[in-house]
Write a protein that binds this ligand. Structure first.
Ligand SMILES: [Zn+2]
Length: 189
């Protein structure tokens, strides 16, 4: 509760007006308001804390203020739910290029995918594009036209460097090793 003082104003329930109104504080007991005067009807009466006790007291004001607080900031949904046909409406579907990972695409571009059909580019992130198809949204690669697309995109750095190749082959170890065979026999192809 805020700090009140005699002569100050406080919202209180007026017993005569039957409304929550501004009152002037007439007397206090400690930090509690003891007596108030209604600024509207001028009547003195014991202070009665304003809201809650009676539903009659300006119900409209309460309901409107109750749902007013800071609007949720996440009003914007991730994707506006409109039909796929609506999304494609006005697009140049007739000239939609066939999807190819070699080509680069732009936002809102319509493409024709051999498997998924018509799609609308909804996001471009580097070499990936999100394309909304009728069934679902797929993330595909694009802009890979520079190099041969047949090559694997990445090759593990030391895929072929197997352990035994690093060791010097000593042909004279056959007899010495018989006592202690290696725990892991060399893998044969
Ligand atoms: Zn009053």
């Amino acid at each position: 509760m805020a700090t009140y003082k005699v002569g100050g104003e406080v919202d209180a329930l007026c017993t005569r007006c039957k409304l929550t109104l501004a009152h002037t504080i007439l007397a206090m007991v400690g930090t509690k308001i003891a007596r108030v005067r209604c600024n509207t009807c001028g009547g003195d009466h014991t202070y009665r804390s304003a809201p809650g006790s009676t539903d009659r007291a300006s119900p409209s004001a309460r309901s409107s203020s109750a749902r007013a607080p800071s609007a949720p900031r996440a009003e914007r949904p991730e994707k506006v739910v409109i039909s796929f046909e609506e999304q494609l409406a006005g697009k140049d579907i007739a000239n939609a290029p066939k999807y190819s990972p070699k080509d680069a695409y732009q936002l809102d571009q319509v493409i024709q995918h051999p498997t998924f059909g018509l799609g609308l580019v909804t996001a471009v992130r580097g070499d990936k594009v999100d394309i909304a198809f009728k069934a679902e949204t797929k993330t595909l690669v694009h802009g890979r036209g520079g190099a041969s697309a047949e090559k694997p995109v990445f090759s593990p750095p030391s895929a072929r460097a197997t352990g035994p190749a690093d060791k010097p082959l000593s042909p004279s170890t056959t007899e010495a090793d018989t006592a202690a065979p290696p725990a892991t026999p060399p893998a044969e192809d």
